[in-house]
Ligand binder design. Structure first.
Ligand code: SF4
Ligand code: SF4
Length: 372
């Protein structure tokens, strides 16, 4: 059984110790960082930089607290994420969303090179075979995985497993393309798009959201650049008419996420990775989408653990106790109190991620929740 330290979001007294940044400082003391990180050791702080429009990422003030705590024990932290859009553009987005060297107190770098081609193939498992792990994540000896917990149209629930499964893997590999990158999870099989002309409203949202300019509608036909496309699935996710789909398999997708997370973690020695899950601004979709919806669940708090399975299970158990927020997508979908909000939003078997991660030996679903 692993320890998961938890601090609730509610503020009971008007003093700094009761603030969320103050509580995060307490959590970081509680986990005893010197047990994991050494003096002068480089430590990657893996987070998501957001997108042009999706602003509900982990706020820079929290990243700063993690940086300061690591610096206080002599470690050398830096902030990183992989290419979602081309690296220089993505660093601009990070800056726009408040994550830069000045705000967080540490360098902000891309983990897989400015073109997303800098990665190393690592053994994953039966579904994926091998997968392209960002070279910086591969090389760095230690990591703090800071995950914004939220919903996700494909994953149902997105926490620490998805953060490293998708976020520490490149979009594609220099030689074997999308099948060695995130696309191998997003689509099982050949990754062929199905465009239904009858359903298409020619709104061009799929064209606008594509980070690689793969799509155009010349002559009112769906034309796309198959070679260039890394099957990130954004185009299918934004389509309001269900006119654009990619064949997938929910069960294999969930299990492949855990396989990819396992591949990433296999590049670290034991006790070199800790996890911080932020159950705040819990919106229904991923931080890579072109907009952030209002939260569907009230802020719950922050969790920290060295067990990825335990922290995911504890996060889900806390989410299951919450009621849907009024005036949110959860209310639109008529989700009632006592129901599984994220499951009802996306109808995805997200618990498979956690079950598979436990089966692969990444941690335990049995945990002790310690309120700090
Ligand atoms: S999956 Fe869609 S959005 Fe992503 S790269 Fe391919 S065409 Fe572009
Ligand atoms: S987003 Fe969907 S409806 Fe809009 S143009 Fe693309 S395929 Fe057609």
């Amino acid at each position: 059984m692993s320890n998961v330290f938890f601090t609730p979001a509610r503020v009971k007294k008007w003093k700094y110790d009761e603030s969320m940044p103050g509580k995060l400082e307490r959590l970081l003391k509680e986990i005893k960082l010197p047990n994991y990180f050494e003096k002068d050791e480089w430590v990657a702080i893996k987070t998501h930089f957001g997108s042009n429009g999706a602003h509900r990422i982990i706020r820079p003030v929290f990243i700063r607290k993690v940086v300061d705590s690591l610096r206080a024990i002599g470690a050398k932290p830096f902030i990183t994420d992989t290419v979602r859009i081309k690296g220089l553009d993505y660093l601009e987005i990070a800056n726009q969303n408040g994550i830069n060297h000045l705000s967080v107190g540490a360098p902000v770098v891309i983990a897989d090179g400015l073109y997303g081609n800098d990665n190393i193939m690592v053994k994953a498992g039966d579904i994926l075979g091998e997968i392209a792990v960002a070279s910086l994540i591969y090389d760095v000896p230690a990591m703090v995985v800071c995950s914004h917990v939220k919903g996700h149209i494909n994953a149902g629930y997105a926490g620490a497993i998805k953060n490293i499964a998708m976020g520490a893997i490149s979009g594609s590999h220099r030689h074997c393309g999308w099948k060695c990158g995130r696309g191998a999870m997003h689509t099982i099989g050949e990754g062929k798009f199905i465009w239904d002309e009858e359903k298409c409203a020619f709104c061009f949202q799929c064209e606008e959201v594509c980070p690689l300019d793969c799509i155009n509608f010349e002559d009112n036909k769906f034309n796309y650049h198959d070679e260039r496309c890394w099957r990130c699935g954004r185009c299918t996710r934004v389509c309001p008419e269900g006119a654009l789909t990619m064949p997938g398999n929910d069960e294999l997708f969930m299990r492949s996420l855990s396989e990819a997370a396992s591949a990433v973690l296999s590049t670290f020695k034991q006790n070199k990775v800790i996890y911080i899950n932020f159950l705040t601004e819990i919106q229904p979709e991923c931080d890579c989408m072109p907009a952030a919806e209002v939260p569907v669940i009230q802020d719950i708090g922050i969790l920290i653990s060295d067990d990825i399975v335990s922290i995911e299970q504890a996060s889900i158990d806390l989410l299951l106790k919450e009621d849907p927020l009024p005036s949110s997508l959860a209310e639109d979908e008529e989700i009632k109190g006592g129901e599984d909000i994220l499951f009802n939003l996306h109808k995805k078997p997200y618990l498979l991620q956690i079950e598979e991660a436990e089966r692969l030996g990444l941690g335990s679903r049995h945990y002790k929740l310690i309120e700090v």
